[in-house]
Design a protein around this ligand. Sequence first.
Ligand SMILES: *Cc1c(COP(=O)(O)O)cnc(C)c1O
Length: 399
Amino acid sequence: MKNNLKSLPNELGYFGVYGGRQIPPELVSIFEAIEKEYLIAKEDKEFQAEYQTLLRDYVGRPSPLYLAQNLTAKIGGAKIYLKREDLNHTGAHKINHTLGEALLAKRLGKKKLLAETGAGQHGVALATAAALVGLECEIHMGKIDILKQAPNVARMKILGAKVVTVKSGGRCLKDAVDSAFEAFVKNPQETFFGIGSVVGPHPFPMIVRDFQSVVGREARVQILERENRLPDYLVACVGGGSNAIGLFHEFLGDEEVKMIGVEPSGRGFGLGEHAATLTLGKPGNIHGMFTYLLQDENGVPLPVHSIASGLDYPGVGPVHADLKDKGRVVYETINDQEALAAFLELSRTEGIIPALESAHALAYALKLAASLPKEQIIIVNLSGRGDKDVDFVVENMNI
Ligand SMILES: *Cc1c(COP(=O)(O)O)cnc(C)c1O
């Protein structure tokens, strides 16, 4: 039986009970205009042709689906395929939705793209799209992340973006989101908030999901060509959840395909030591949406940690909250040490240096593959490349 999960959200922006649009009344018309224009653009052949051409010629899509033979042989269990989003222009999946957002912003007559960034990957991807499409760009980034991700800060500046240092709160992704939102509210007519994942108020979780779903559409065709059947498992890391839903979406109706989202358990399950939102959080409100949230008894978001900056967010996209409650996707955790071990394992076994975010998905997939027979197939979303992480890993691993 086919389920109807692919048709969500409903017209109010709800995935089951999650999502929605909690924003100040003065912003409602702005978000409604974005939603209206997006729905027109989605059906507009010219808009879609421009986007698809850029995905092909600028991003380099389709990204390969690579059978990691060395790794598969070494583990001795299920076949491990990698969806190579690390090979995209700018080195991660994020360019898939930032390009779409930039084209939409231009269509809406906006002047500037504005956003927060954690690992710097979203900032680089948005600054890239802004440069290409011809828009100004302003990126808010936590001070701690700025120190950890200096090369990405340099890239954004080279691409012509203004980088704003956020010194409030924990000085990480969540604080950068707050800071960027404040800046947006000051000039919402001319600014487009280029949200970096499947999070925030409706229609963003839907828009970003739609732009990312190219990943799963390609993977489905590629695995059918290679294996003449669907995979048994899909595995992807979950920060806000865009690369995960990007891979999962096209397969949601295929009930034989099991899906696992991997969250970071960081240094452990103590307060402030992890960002395992779906594993340990409870439903609440953050950044304009109702979703699972790591929160204190007053609903205030808790501090979070992951060795991968792109995963340290106390909320999660509402689509994942719904998929968890409905049991369609299972959410597991991988800690910092396990992610580091997988980072080195892939580097040394296949000659592919993954992003620390992606290493979480890989670490889980390695354990899973070992427990499965050889006929089974796992597709791991290799969401990004590890160039941005090499200095940090060398400092922390004694290599
Ligand atoms: C940002 C990022 C993530 C986490 O974001 P999602 O929205 O959960 O996909 C994962 N991997 C890489 C490489 C990233 O840059």
